[in-house]
Every structure is written in structure tokens, then in C-alpha cells.
Design a protein around this ligand. Sequence first.
Ligand code: AMP
Ligand code: ZN
Ligand code: FE
Ligand code: FE
Length: 289
Amino acid sequence: MTFRADLHCHTTCSDGSKSPQEIIELAALTLQGLSITDHDSIKAYDSVLPLAKSAGLLLISGIEFSSMHLGTSIHVLGYAFDLQSEFIHNLCQRHVQRRKERNLGILELLTKKNVPISEDDLIAANPLLKDKEQHTIGRPHIAKAMMMKGYVETIQEAFQRYLAENACCYVSGTPISTQETIDTIHEANGFAVIAHPHLIGNARAVKQLLEMNFDGIESYYAKLSFNQERKWIDIACKKGWLITGGSDFHGDFKPQIPLGCSWTTEETFRKLYERFQSNNQQFPLENFV
Ligand code: AMP
Ligand code: ZN
Ligand code: FE
Ligand code: FE
């Protein structure tokens, strides 16, 4: 059986529709390895380590940090870091504040465009958000509320018309730089990986990212064709960086993408797992044999 580790998925702790527990159960059916990479949050790891161990699933710490370089939004994946690192916790806290301000900014712009969304609308469309502290609130939650109010037919349409980076109601909030994000992951003894590089529209930004001290490139992604993946695999090989892969599973928020449709090889995952174990010895972890 081919070894498969999906290193990119989202739970209800950010903009996924499955709970951390459900993701572990689903992953254990078809995968050997997993990392949960919620946006700017590691809350899922409060509960999943014992579940993964009892399901025989190799799980490593993960996060997808939002960052900014040359005015372009850059997602940075962090892996195998110390789950108790103050550096990671502090950066997550700064994102909580950034998101509070930017989400209010987005809602204000939507009101100006005559498609108002209230906090009650957000919660009606995303009932789990009632417990605010436990969830990273992002644009997909706003898009879902817009759909439920009948302003748009699909989440995709909400992004195209209002919420995408180049659309009329986009707000980034106080940016946190990509370099600072890499440094934070390194301070927590983790690996910093460029997420879905093909989605970065700014070629100058991509060129500069490739000169930074990243440790890897997410080269296998969702349902990309091998021709599209090959470019990033070649770059990672030349640099001696890790070649990672994952589905970017969001459940109902992106129903066309199943968990495990892209994955990381056993050889690469082993390096990540060894680092994860050495950083997190206080937790009961599955052995990689
Ligand atoms: P946020 O963290 O609030 O900036 O939202 C980022 C998330 O929005 C991404 O991880 C995707 O899940 C989703 N997203 C971004 N762009 C689009 C798009 N054009 N269509 C649908 N979903 C998108
Ligand atoms: Zn997302
Ligand atoms: Fe992303
Ligand atoms: Fe993602």
C-alpha cells in the first residue's frame, strides 16, 4: 500500500466543516499520516493527539499562517513545531486581533455595497461561531452568510464579487510579514513551507519567497495536474527543500476537494515526524515503524 500523509486540511477550528475528531476518524480510513493546518490556529491540537494514537494515525503539528509580502497575501504552512511554543501562541493571538479588526472592516464595506451581514447573520449561517474564542473566523464564513441571505448563489460568487483579494470589500487587516512568520515557526523548532505557490499571483513576490529561508514547498496540492506540480518539485529539489503535499480539505466549504486527494511521501513525512516527536516528547505519540 502506498504511504500517504495529507499535510493540509481545515477543521471547524477555522473554515472547515468537520470537527477535529471527525477529521481524525476520516483520515484514519485511508491515510497513514496527517497534519491539521487551520488558519492561524492550533486549537484542534487541544484534543486530537490521543485520538490519532488510538486510531494508529501518524499526526504532526501544523498550522497555516496568513502573512503578507510585497502587498500580496502569502500562506505559510508550519509543521512539526513544539505545540507548547510561546512564539506560536503569541503569533496566533496577534492574528485573533487582526481578524477582529479586518472582519469588522469587511462587514462595513458590505453594508456600503447594500449587502449587509450582521453578527447574527454570521452565527445563523455558522452556528459554531457562537463560541467565538474557539474558532478562527474568515471570509468563507462571511461568504456562507451572504449565500444564506440570498445575495449570492455560491461561496465562489461571494468571493468573486465581494471578498477576493482584488474585489471591492476585501480588507487584509494589519499585515504580519512572511519573514516574521518564518522566524516564528523556526523559533518553535518547526519547518516553514510555502503553501500552494501556484495561487500566488505576484511573480516578483514568488521570486523573493524562493530566496527566503523556507524549508519546503507545497508541491502536490488538491487536484493539480502533475505538469503544474512538476515546476515546484524541481525548484524544491534544486534547493534541497522538503517537497510536501496536501488536499487543503475544507469539507462543505469546498465540496469538490476530498481529504487525501494530494499527499506527502513516506520519506519526507518521516523527517517531519522525527522532528515532531523530538519537539513534543511530553505527549503520547504513535511510533513510526
Ligand atoms: P481568510 O483566512 O479569511 O483570508 O480566508 C481565506 C480562505 O478563503 C482560504 O483558505 C480559502 O478557503 C477561501 N478562499 C480564498 N479565495 C477564495 C476564492 N476565490 N473562492 C473560494 N474560496 C476562497
Ligand atoms: Zn481556508
Ligand atoms: Fe491557503
Ligand atoms: Fe488551506
